[in-house]
Design a protein around this ligand. Structure first.
Ligand code: HEC
Length: 174
């Protein structure tokens, strides 16, 4: 009986030793101070980046992006555009999405995107139709970039002159 107990204690120590040895071994292959959630989050950020590229949000929400043919550092993406779009409904400006996202929770962003109804040429129907997962990914990507830049100029109603000459949206064919 006594030797049985000694055996159990001995075996427990061996297993405990193996466990800690194994932990110490695997620790050397893990980057330091990185939580498992981090990898998951970066996957979502990556998906958001790819959606932003696919739907060309930068074309209108990043000053100089089109002229640079897309060669613009990511930290300048989506900081807003001061070149306006003039049409029958007035002059509009691609909003600074970095500041917008900073002011919203993820749930607020998803809710807003589902019902967003903007003036041209913003393709708001794209956002309206996106799945929650895609909208969340865009949110996480823009949040990962962080707040930056100034708000884009305010909308100018038809008949008023914008400060800087805007691009003109062609009238739809009749
Ligand atoms: C063809 C140009 C264009 C493209 C492409 C575009 N936007 Fe816009 N966006 C605009 C303009 C212009 C406005 C301002 C509209 C207004 O004043 O009513 C705007 C407004 C918005 C707003 C509302 C901002 C606010 O303050 O409420 C959001 C959100 C938005 N865009 C997100 C996006 C996202 C995300 C993408 C990519 C999926 C995108 N836009 C692609 C031109 C564009």
């Amino acid at each position: 009986m006594k030797s049985n107990l000694t055996n159990i204690i001995l075996i427990s120590f061996i297993f405990l030793g193996l466990f800690f040895w194994n932990e110490a071994q695997s620790d050397t292959t893990k980057p330091l101070n990185v939580k498992p959630g981090f990898y998951f989050k970066m996957k979502i950020v990556e998906k958001g980046r790819s959606l932003v590229k696919t739907f060309e949000c930068n074309d209108c929400h990043t000053a100089g992006y089109l002229q640079s043919k897309g060669n613009m550092p990511e930290d300048q993406w989506l900081t807003g555009e001061s070149l306006g779009w003039r049409g029958p409904l007035g002059t509009t400006y691609g909003a600074n999405l970095r500041l917008l996202i900073d002011s919203l929770t993820e749930a607020e962003w998803v809710e807003k995107s589902k019902v967003l109804a903007t003036r041209p040429p913003m393709p708001h129907v794209i956002l309206n139709a996106m799945s929650n997962e895609d909208l969340q990914a865009i949110y996480q990507f823009i949040r990962y970039l962080g707040p930056s830049g100034k708000p884009a100029p305010a909308y100018v109603p038809p008949g008023q002159e914008p400060i800087r000459p805007p691009a003109t949206i062609p009238k739809p064919p009749k």
